[in-house]
Write a new protein. Structure first.
Length: 112
């Protein structure tokens, strides 16, 4: 079993799904994590690429995970759903395609 390099994170109200793969694409992590323990879980991991379905909460969690050293990529929901019936798996798979994501760090402000 290898080291996690990419994680797909499916956000929800109280329980999050995490799906992590290694360089070969083999599943290393697949678990449910409560909202209260999410930051603690990611703090215990080496920095990696985290794919999140773009939604209002994704920006908040993206900032939290970037503060821990992770690279966060946001993807439109249509790409995540098309990638896989399992949304966390779909998010993780969508991270490998640069055309499918945009970094929350480089997101342009729309405020005028």
């Amino acid at each position: 079993m290898g080291e996690v390099i990419t994680i797909g994170l499916d956000t929800a109200k109280s329980v999050f799904q995490v799906h992590g793969v290694d360089e070969a694409g083999a599943v290393v992590i697949r678990k449910r994590i409560s909202r209260a323990k999410l930051v603690e879980f990611f703090a215990g991991l080496k920095p990696c690429l985290v794919g999140v379905e773009a939604c209002p909460a994704a920006h908040h969690w993206g900032r939290e995970l970037q503060a821990l050293g992770h690279t966060v990529k946001l993807m439109p929901p249509s790409y995540v759903k098309a990638a896989s019936p399992s949304r966390a798996t779909g998010t993780c798979g969508g991270c490998s395609s640069p055309a499918r994501w945009r970094s929350s760090a480089t997101r342009k402000s729309t405020a005028r």
